[in-house]
Design a protein around this ligand. Structure first.
Ligand code: NAD
Length: 333
């Protein structure tokens, strides 16, 4: 069993307390190997070394807009991440933050490096160009004593790792095609996710999507009947599979459909890995996620599996940047 100090659960923090951050807190509640001790949002943070209560935290966030208002455990702060990281003890953080602008996550990583904090960081970044910025921090992360696992959500993440495993049947990989279906009841529950998806639509980019008001996003979704259909997205699955030595990035494609008005998935999320075996046969492996699994389950589950794997690496003195395609996630009990 991988635990931080003998018989001590891993103390976990969640940065960003929107759709994914809240799901992360609920997912961790029944776990014995990890304890959720900290979370930060834009206006404040909460910390309790014995564990935070997800129900009261989520209620406070909804009713008052920030965890900073949480009785006893909350602190309001305009520099919530910095204050939390420098003042409290946490073994590893899941960065469930919007990557808006596209440089935001790399800036947060730099903030961690500067702070002197040592531990494990896991993100669910999506864009290739965002992962490329982190690659530039490889040496700095290593020197700082931080083990950082990037692209550890669903796609990139679970599906990329599945592709890396499936590739082993082949002598050469012809293509990796990822198609995702996401169904959510309302877009406001996952504002950053939806804005970042809009940024992939033709005539939009990260800056235009970031600067859209909530009303403008709602008006756009009215026009599309709540559907966002995307193809040939800039998704880091490509660079992750290239770095892992599976195939060139131009053989990886990602697209999907998001329904922002219906929790039922519009299509089954899957990854198809086509290649040639050593005997010269061409074949396709398909890995399909169960339709009942939500985006939250398929992002937060892997994120903590990779966080546990990162803790194991860190305990062996291995620091620096890794992607979800080169490390096997561990199951968190
Ligand atoms: P959200 O909009 O619901 O919540 C964002 C949270 O971050 C809010 O609590 C907000 O207060 C907080 N925040 C914003 N700026 C902050 C700052 N400067 N300091 C501290 N907190 C800050 O976000 P979401 O929809 O849960 O998405 C989170 C991220 O997860 C997005 O970047 C999204 O693209 C990514 N994501 C990845 C995958 C995947 O499969 N890889 C899937 C879905 C979402």
């Amino acid at each position: 069993m991988i635990i931080n100090k003998v018989n001590q659960p891993i103390k976990v923090g969640v940065l960003g307390f929107g759709g994914l951050g809240q799901a992360a807190a609920r997912l961790l509640a029944p776990k014995g190997e990890m304890i959720w001790v900290a979370a930060a949002d834009r206006q404040g943070y909460a910390y309790n070394a014995l564990g935070l209560n997800p129900n009261t935290a989520i209620k406070t966030y909804h009713d008052r807009g920030s965890l900073g208002y949480l009785d006893a455990d909350g602190t309001l702060s305009a520099h919530s991440i910095q204050d939390l990281v420098t003042n409290h003890s946490v073994d590893g953080y899941f960065l469930a933050l919007p990557n808006l602008p596209n440089t935001f996550m790399a800036d947060v990583a730099k903030q961690f490096i500067k702070s002197g904090w040592q531990g494990v960081l896991v993100d669910a970044l999506k864009r290739t160009s965002a992962v490329e910025q982190l690659l530039e921090l490889q040496k700095d992360l290593q020197a700082a004593g931080i083990t950082y696992l990037t692209g550890c959500g669903a796609t990139p993440g679970l599906l990329t790792a599945a592709a890396a495993v499936a590739a082993q049947s082949y002598a050469e990989i012809h293509s990796v095609n990822i198609t995702f279906g996401v169904g959510i009841a309302n877009w406001e529950a996952y504002k950053a996710t939806i804005r970042e998806d809009i940024a992939h639509m033709s005539e939009y980019d990260v800056e235009t999507a970031r600067s859209m008001s909530d009303e403008e996003v709602s008006a756009l979704l009215d026009k599309t009947n709540g559907i966002i259909a995307l193809e040939n997205m800039e998704h880091a699955d490509d660079i992750m599979l290239e770095l892992a030595g599976i195939c060139d990035r131009d053989r990886v494609t990602v697209g999907g459909v998001v329904d922002t008005r219906n929790p039922k998935k519009p299509l089954s999320t899957n990854v198809q890995i086509t290649g040639r075996t050593f005997e010269g046969k061409t074949s396709t492996h398909t890995f399909t996620l169960g339709d009942e699994t939500t985006m939250a389950a398929n992002v937060c589950g892997p994120a903590f599996g990779y966080l546990k794997a990162g803790i194991a690496l860190k305990r062996r003195g291995i620091t620096g940047l890794f992607t979800a395609a080169e490390i096997m996630p561990q199951f968190v009990k």
